[in-house]
Design a binder for this molecule. Structure first.
Ligand code: DGY
Length: 324
């Protein structure tokens, strides 16, 4: 019997062609997040699921999927997937590291610069018709060049951000569970405990994965350690930051500004307090949102399905132990 591949959102580029070489496709056609009830119903017949970061692949879903052998996330982050539950059932989980690293690092720098140089406030000011004569004291921001960046989570994306920061003449600090000798040697980056990094950095950029250990890593206490002139950029996952504490820190100028590609919750309602703060830039989870990167992610996730269904190691597998 041909394999059945459940696809929870129409992917860009050639991904569907790639997938069709490995089985028949059951595509959720509406251009919106697949309804959970439909996902649970349709996964019953699936050998593989090609899913998005908005689909929760948990034990309840896996219990409804007796045939499932492959889960392929069209994202690098895996916080929407119960990896342990997949592994214990022998289900291989694919994801998309590497192909989105540079696009996400580009966006992190754009946000860091935007927060430091008050770009959002500048745009609002001009659009509001407030632009009058040149003023020496208008929207003065923080220096980026020659300042100190603190990268929270020195994985692929963190390292790509650090390389860009080096181009701006920034000193590089990083935190995370393990030292990264290669990046220390390449960029002179220094490993610090998170507390010290927060005290020392002028610009903090979060690129760590969301896990139970990193949930609310940037807490009220953490924000209090930061310099009042510091900026906070998050391109990882919203729940790494305690949102209520961040609102408070921005309102009370405990830090200068924040720039968020990801929030908790996501999406934010239009009346969310974060959106009323002049010193906070929020954009809608666009880290990997370039035409080329999204196509590369879609194709990689599709190739992961094909290989997984053929019982071969995926190009990017999060639980290679399932291959034994
Ligand atoms: C990911 O891949 O995890 C990003 O957040 C979305 O591109």
């Amino acid at each position: 019997m041909a394999s059945s591949i459940l696809v929870t959102r129409r992917p860009p580029g050639t991904a569907l062609d790639i997938l069709s070489s490995a089985g028949s496709i059951d595509l959720w056609e509406p251009d919106e997040i697949m309804l959970r009830v439909e996902l649970v119903r349709r996964v019953a017949e699936a050998d593989a699921v090609y899913c998005m970061l908005t689909d929760h692949i948990d034990s309840e879903l896996l219990d409804a999927a007796p045939r499932l052998r492959v889960v392929s996330n069209m994202a690098v982050g895996l916080d929407n997937i119960d990896l342990e539950a997949c592994t214990s059932r022998g289900i291989a989980v694919g994801h998309t590291p590497g192909v989105l690293t540079e696009a996400t690092a580009d966006l992190a720098m754009a946000l860091l610069l935007g927060a430091a140089r008050r770009i959002g406030e500048g745009i609002d000011y001009v659009r509001a018709g407030s632009w009058g004569e040149f003023r020496l004291d208008l929207l003065l921001g923080q220096e980026v060049h020659s300042s100190t960046i603190g990268v929270v989570g020195m994985g692929r994306i963190g390292a790509a951000v650090a390389r860009r920061a080096a181009g701006f003449g920034m000193s590089i600090l990083y935190s995370g569970p393990s030292r990264k000798p290669a990046i220390e040697q390449e960029l002179g980056a220094q490993h610090h405990r998170l507390d010290d990094l927060l005290r020392l950095a002028d610009h903090v950029v979060i690129t760590a994965p969301l896990t139970p250990e990193t949930h609310h890593l940037i807490s009220e206490d953490a924000l209090r350690l930061m310099k009042p002139t510091a900026t906070l950029t998050n391109v990882a996952r919203g729940p790494l930051v305690d949102t209520a504490a961040l609102v408070d820190a921005l309102q009370n100028r405990l830090i200068a500004s924040a720039a968020l590609d990801v929030t908790d919750p996501e999406p934010l309602s239009s009346d969310h307090p974060l959106l009323s703060l002049p010193n906070c830039i929020v954009i809608p989870h666009l880290g990997s949102a370039t035409l080329k990167t999204r196509a590369a992610m879609a194709d990689l996730a599709a190739r992961n399905v094909v290989l997984g269904l053929r019982g071969k190691p995926m190009e990017a597998c999060a639980n290679p132990e399932v291959y034994g």
